[in-house]
Design a protein around this ligand. Structure first.
Ligand SMILES: Cc1cc2nc3c(=O)[nH]c(=O)nc-3n(C[C@H](O)[C@H](O)[C@H](O)COP(=O)(O)OP(=O)(O)OC[C@H]3O[C@@H](n4cnc5c(N)ncnc54)[C@H](O)[C@@H]3O)c2cc1C
Length: 307
């Protein structure tokens, strides 16, 4: 109930205006966001790289409705790619299609994505297309396949959410195509007609999808994006039992969540990639992190009432 309420607020313009005006909210958001500038994100990336972890950099932003604003997003990602090359960062990038104009037109979004993928490919950087709400799943998978198959980009991957009923079929097709997939549970407000309402079912789906994908032949590659110890334990055991080679998967977690565990997995020899978001448009990202864990909300609320 609380999760659904916070996720509703995450898309409400009036709530965004109130929350982003609070200095306290900005300070709490900093736990999950590397900063507002590329310099800050590069510093965080260097620190994580020095601890043996890879990074995926995300320029925060989504639901852009003016074509001219999407040109700025492409420019921002080009700057990130140049910085990765210049500072020799061990980093990929993550993009959201509504940040690149998917709500305006698929054609505009495809053009923007081509620019980013081209600039990334020149620098040997891979790109993951984040998955947004189920209203975008078909279009996201379509654009991913267009860029991969028609334009020949081999540096692109996509995200699948275990809470969606359709994901089992999507994963089966992606495995046959040898795709680079990030598997997460899913962070958006979805109706029971498209997504499992019960957490136990979302978790069971995660383990089932992960195990099936890990067994699929190369070049299929799986990014296990989760902070959940039960998901980590189940996949770790499966990887050991089935002798899955280390170049077929990696673990991923979000910046600011279970940082000690991130280091531990890296030290244990796993490829560990941290999703590092930065930029001024932190509100919806921050609200999704609050929705995932009510304890974050109490921490935030205590701060508000303590004032
Ligand atoms: C690298 C990465 C990329 C992602 N990309 C996408 C995407 O493209 N699309 C999408 O819909 N979702 C994405 N997500 C979010 C994901 O869908 C989940 O909402 C999120 O990861 C929480 O699920 P969980 O697997 O960690 O398990 P949960 O069952 O939610 O959490 C398990 C445990 O992890 C810890 N934890 C989880 N979340 C938090 C938090 N916010 N604050 C503090 N502790 C927490 C807690 O200890 C909790 O008990 C991504 C997640 C990761 C790690």
């Amino acid at each position: 109930m609380l999760r659904r309420l916070i996720l509703y607020f995450s898309t409400a313009g009036w709530a965004r205006r109130i929350v982003t005006g609070w200095g306290l909210a900005r300070r709490v958001a900093r736990r999950f966001v590397a900063g507002e500038t590329l310099d800050e994100a590069a510093r965080v990336t260097q620190t994580l790289n020095a601890k043996g972890m890879a990074v995926t950099l995300d320029c925060l932003g989504e639901s852009v409705h003016r074509a001219e604003d999407t040109a700025e997003v492409v420019k921002a990602y080009r700057a990130v790619l140049e910085r990765i090359q210049q500072d020799r960062l061990n980093a990929s990038i993550s993009v959201k299609l509504t940040h690149l104009g998917l709500d305006i037109s698929e054609e505009l979004c495809t053009g923007n994505l081509r620019h980013i993928l081209g600039a990334a490919q020149e620098r040997g950087v891979s790109v993951t297309i984040d998955m947004e709400s189920s209203a975008y799943t078909d279009r996201t998978l379509r654009l991913y396949r267009t860029l991969r198959d028609e334009y020949g980009f081999n540096n692109v991957g996509v995200v699948i959410q275990s809470y969606l009923y359709r994901s089992e079929a999507d994963m089966r097709e992606l495995a046959a195509e040898g795709a680079h997939v990030r598997l997460c549970k899913g962070a958006y407000l979805e109706p029971p007609t498209v997504a499992f309402p019960a957490k136990a079912d979302v978790d069971a789906s995660y383990v089932k999808l992960a195990q099936a994908y890990l067994k699929s032949p190369p070049p299929a590659y799986l990014c296990l994006a989760t902070h959940d110890e039960k998901m980590i334990a189940a996949t770790e055991q499966f990887i050991k039992d089935q002798h899955i080679p280390t170049d077929r998967y990696e673990y991923q977690m979000l910046y600011g969540i279970r940082s000690a565990r991130q280091e531990e997995l890296a030290q244990a020899g796993y490829t560990m990639r941290v999703y590092v978001p930065f930029g001024a448009a932190w509100y919806p990202y921050f609200m999704r992190r609050l929705a995932e864990r009510p304890a974050n909300l109490w921490f935030f609320a205590r701060g508000v009432f303590a004032r």
